[in-house]
Design a protein around this ligand. Structure first.
Ligand SMILES: [Zn+2]
Length: 100
């Protein structure tokens, strides 16, 4: 959940985790959180609904672990390398500055 700065309508003062309620601010490093989001459109059962869930690092990887487990159950008899399971959801490594 994003908390707006009362002094400015643009700035986000804090983002709390929607699962555990903790602040996602890492002292000295700013806000560190993941986002689960969807905006369902025409043809979807949830047409017109928009979702956004903010997750702290611990809860994000808890959710990712759950999804990874669900995927492994659904693909139990498929050929899959261990690496593919470990990298589930990972788009890029070493992207420290989000510039690529
Ligand atoms: Zn959390």
């Amino acid at each position: 959940m994003k908390h707006a700065d009362t002094q400015s309508t643009e700035a986000v003062a804090d983002v709390t985790c929607d699962v555990c309620g903790q602040s996602t601010r890492v002292e000295g490093y700013g806000l560190q959180y993941g986002t689960l989001q969807a905006h369902w459109g025409y043809g979807a059962q949830h047409d017109g609904e928009r979702y956004e869930v903010h997750l702290c690092e611990t809860c994000f990887f808890g959710v990712l672990s759950h999804l990874r487990h669900e995927r492994s159950v659904n693909t139990l008899f498929d050929e899959q390398t261990e690496n593919a399971a470990e990298e589930f959801g990972l788009v890029r490594r070493d992207d420290y500055f989000r510039d690529s």
